[in-house]
Design a protein around this ligand. Structure first.
Ligand SMILES: [Zn+2]
Length: 158
């Protein structure tokens, strides 16, 4: 099951691999077929077009089982838990430029440039979600860490 191909260049194992899950012995297999379908839709709508534009993409976090989400301190309503979101980055393009390209070229539910420090092009990552039911909001945010707390601002900064 782990080698299930979700799109031309993406396999399930890339979306469920987690060093935290491995370290803590957490089972991070998708709980339902619905989750697998969501991951496949996400791979087709977001990851595959990004891969075709920029080459190899590293997925830092895709699906999160409830136990893993709790372990990493994720939001209770995290779209990662539905297989609707992934955090990723490219070796060819900076995170702000990657987020900008997605915002201009793809349909998405929520795009967040997360924890980019404004200097190091590889700092942070891009979070993007996609919903298969045509309710994609096209919401764009930047997440910043200010005094140890996460703040969300509208749009892509800077
Ligand atoms: Zn995320």
């Amino acid at each position: 099951m782990e080698d299930l191909r979700l799109s031309k260049n993406f396999h399930l194992n890339e979306f469920i691999k987690s060093s935290t899950a491995e370290r803590m012995g957490i089972d991070n297999s998708p709980a339902t077929t619905e989750h697998l379908i969501n991951l496949s839709v996400l791979a087709h709508a977001i990851l595959q077009p990004v891969r075709e534009e920029f080459g190899i993409i590293r997925i830092n976090s895709g699906y999160r089982s409830p136990a893993l989400n709790k372990a990493v301190g994720g939001s209770k309503t995290s779209q990662h838990c539905n297989g609707e979101a992934a955090d990723f980055e490219s070796t060819k393009i900076s995170n702000p430029d990657l987020a900008k390209w997605i915002s201009e070229n793809l349909i998405f539910d929520q795009l967040i440039l997360e924890f980019y420090d404004g200097k190091d092009p590889n700092s942070g990552w891009v979070h993007c979600s996609y919903k298969k039911d045509d309710t994609n909001r096209g919401s764009i945010l930047t997440a910043l860490r200010v005094n140890g707390k996460t703040q969300y601002k509208k749009g892509l900064l800077p």
